[in-house]
Write a protein that binds this ligand. Structure first.
Ligand code: HEM
Length: 413
């Protein structure tokens, strides 16, 4: 590990991408009200979601026609038809920072590389991480506040734990975790702040390139070594593809799970009867997680582009247009979900699009479920009688593109 140069912080080391979250992803508290009004008028609209919500324009999509997809069936159709609805649109924004990551690819390239990467995140593989990686991180963070009787679960726990887990799995230098976390996050604020996004991309890229060389020379049992030596059709994976995947991994592995865990805790703590039910019967945890992803999943909008002129639900979509696919709206479509705005862990089982669906469905979903399960179990085991602190503001989930509460103030015995 010592054989390669250390990761470089931003030139302006005081730059903090976490404070850009609201500016980059919007601060709307209830986008669902407007989404529901539009959805009632039809499942697909010629409309620029960002502009309609008062968010700064995504300059990487300038000049494109914009459409918004709101209904469950239309969303499912898009996710299941990657030939007509391409992922290439992500090359314009996320591609600036991640590079050629799987999110920016279509088949056959996508299938070829995804097949390899997916192997490292299959349920039987990540199940082993529960004891070795997830629990030590979760317990270590909780040690710092579990005797205090009060905590801010976002600032002291959810914000950190998933990043620390992926960080350990990649076996990166413990002293540099803060710098890596900042660089990882700055990659997705690239649409708002191109200079810092590209600086993060460049610094992570250089580091990962050296790291891959080093781990090929001295492989360990970590994920970087595994990927560095993985082969597609008898050949090692191209360096550019590996580096791009690692850039995406440090971002996706930390950010979305932090958001989803915070939403899960908000849903449960704001509905003490449901929290109590889960406390008594831990076998309810999987359905509580699914409900959190449906009710207020972190990724409100996915993006696709039609490869040919086509039509969806009677609306003509030109090739090359920018489609904002509002998974968050599909997940609250009343034609599928009764009383959709209510957080209800006992609702009838039904697929939601919190992890998307189809060939680009989240690679990390099994890991995310393990992380959230272990985190919630630890919270219920160690923070007795956990409840919202009535003296401090209740958690408020916000965001126009990505969702998360900034604070969850709790008391416990
Ligand atoms: C609860 C936590 C998470 C949520 C809600 C989430 C959500 C998503 C969604 C919605 C997509 C599809 C985006 C699209 O196609 O437009 C996606 C893709 C992806 N996610 Fe996650 N994610 C989570 C956790 C993770 C974790 C822990 C990892 C890795 C360790 C990860 C890695 C990826 C990757 C690599 C892709 C790209 C897959 C592809 O395009 O083939 N995610 N995620």
């Amino acid at each position: 590990m010592g054989a390669i140069p250390r990761i470089q912080d931003f030139d302006d080391a005081a730059y903090d991408p976490f404070v850009s979250d609201e500016a980059a992803f919007g601060d709307c508290i209830d986008p669902y009200l407007r989404l529901a009004e539009w959805r009632e008028q039809g499942p697909v609209h010629k409309m620029d979601y960002r502009a309609a919500m008062g968010l700064y324009p995504d300059v990487t999509m300038a000049g494109l026609e914009h459409y918004l997809v709101l209904g469950y069936d239309a969303t499912e159709k898009i996710f299941l038809d990657p030939v007509t609805f391409s992922n290439k649109t992500y090359a314009r924004n996320l591609g600036i920072s991640f590079g050629r990551s799987v999110s920016t690819m279509d088949a056959p390239e996508h299938s070829r590389f995804r097949k390899i990467f997916q192997k490292a995140f299959l349920p039987n593989v990540v199940a082993k991480w529960g004891d070795t990686l997830v629990d030590p991180v979760v317990q270590g963070l909780m040690d710092q506040f579990s005797a205090r009787g009060k905590a801010d679960l976002v600032q002291e726990f959810t914000h950190h734990y998933p990043f620390h887990i992926i960080y350990r799995q990649l076996n990166l230098p413990p002293d540099d975790v803060k710098v890596f976390h900042k660089l990882a996050i700055a990659q997705t604020v690239v649409m708002y702040d191109v200079p810092h996004g590209t600086e993060a991309s460049r610094k992570l890229g250089l580091y990962f390139k050296n790291l891959l060389d080093e781990r090929r020379r001295n492989p360990g049992d970590d994920l970087v070594s595994l990927l560095a030596l993985a082969e597609a059709d008898g050949e090692q994976l191209p360096e550019e593809i590996l580096v791009s995947f690692l850039r995406q991994l440090v971002n996706a592995g930390g950010d979305t799970t932090y958001r989803a865990t915070s939403v899960l805790l908000t849903g449960l703590l704001s509905n003490p009867d449901q929290l109590d039910a889960v406390r008594q019967d831990r076998s309810l945890i999987p359905q509580a997680i699914e409900e959190a992803l449906r009710w207020d999943g972190p990724v409100l909008i996915a993006t696709r582009t039609p490869t040919v002129d086509t039509e969806l639900c009677g609306v003509k979509l030109p090739a090359g247009a920018c489609l904002s696919v509002a998974s968050g709206s599909a997940n609250r479509d009343p034609s599928r979900f009764e009383n959709p705005d209510r957080f209800d862990i006992f609702r009838k089982k039904q697929r939601n699009f919190g992890f998307a669906f189809g060939p680009h469905v989240c690679i990390g979903q099994h890991l995310a479920r393990i992380e959230m399960t272990r985190a919630l179990n630890a919270i219920l085991d160690r923070l007795k009688n956990i409840r919202l602190d009535p003296a401090l503001p209740a958690p408020v989930i916000q965001g126009t593109m990505m969702r998360v509460p900034k604070h969850i103030h709790v008391l416990f015995d």
